[in-house]
Design a protein. Structure first.
Length: 265
């Protein structure tokens, strides 16, 4: 389902509202902010819903996203040079993904195959010292390149892979998402600040090292906020092809972060 982009109040009114809410933490202002930004939840849910099974209701996604909106409202720091919409979209999307994972609707075989690809990329690139090609990954997995592409297609059709996962340290008690990196660092100790800055640098470098089309998909999806369909129109390829490129890019990025955590890079 495609959702219309929300109409947000002008910058001056928005800034005044956030400053007042930060000072007072007024429940009335919180309710006003929730009402103001609910269209943003529906917009993100509409983007996420594309390509999901029919069993995943749009209204359920909106409900999941509301948790992310409330979390974003409570944690947003208007003194940071980040617009609330930019901050909230990541929180809302992450909340939806988290709830969907808890439902565990993705087949175990797909999860295992996704992990196998990620582990293969991690091992290969630590040896090669560069980005591994599709043919090299396929050979390492004892697959033909066509079989590898078919596997990617299955993973992209069934799995939820996003940049919210890329920043997961692997420890259930130590999650590091894109949203976390743009929160005010005042509540973080210096060691955590340094680690997060290092991870940010690793991810930026990894994105720059992606094959050109994969990099464009990441930039257009996460930075320009385009849907897979819109990106397909820009790159003149099918929506399913964009989904595959998105999956491949994120598996590469997750592998890169795994190597960073192991001290390989």
């Amino acid at each position: 389902m495609d959702a219309e982009k929300p109409q947000i109040i002008n910058d001056e009114e928005e800034d005044k509202l956030w400053i007042e809410f930060k000072k007072t933490r007024s429940p009335q202002l919180r309710d006003r902010l929730i009402r103001q930004y609910m269209p943003l939840v529906k917009y993100v849910a509409g983007k996420v819903s594309v390509g999901l099974p029919a069993s995943m209701e749009f209204d359920d996604l909106v409900g999941f996203g509301q948790f992310g909106l409330l979390d974003a409202i409570n944690k947003y720091d208007p003194e940071k040079n980040v617009k609330f919409k930019t901050y909230a979209v990541t929180r809302i999307r992450g909340a939806i993904f988290d709830e969907m994972r808890q439902l565990d609707w993705v087949p175990r075989s797909v999860r295992q195959k996704s992990r196998e690809i990620e582990d293969t990329i991690s091992e290969l690139e630590s040896k090669l010292g560069r980005t591994a090609s599709d043919s090299e990954i396929a050979e390492q997995m004892n697959l033909t390149e066509e079989e590898y592409h078919q596997t990617i297609m299955k993973v992209s059709a069934s799995s939820i892979i996003s940049l919210n996962d890329v920043w997961n340290s692997g420890d259930d008690n130590d999650h590091l998402s894109i949203a976390d990196t743009i929160e005010s660092p005042s509540s973080l100790n210096p060691d955590v600040q340094i680690e997060r800055e290092e991870i940010r640098k690793v991810i930026i470098q990894a994105i720059n090292e992606l094959p050109e089309k994969e990099k464009m998909v990441i930039v257009l999806y996460y930075h320009e906020d385009l849907t897979f369909k819109e990106i397909g129109q820009v790159l003149d390829v099918s929506e399913s092809r964009i989904s595959q490129l998105h999956t491949k890019a994120n598996l590469r990025l997750r592998a890169k972060l795994t190597n960073f955590r192991k001290g390989i890079i």
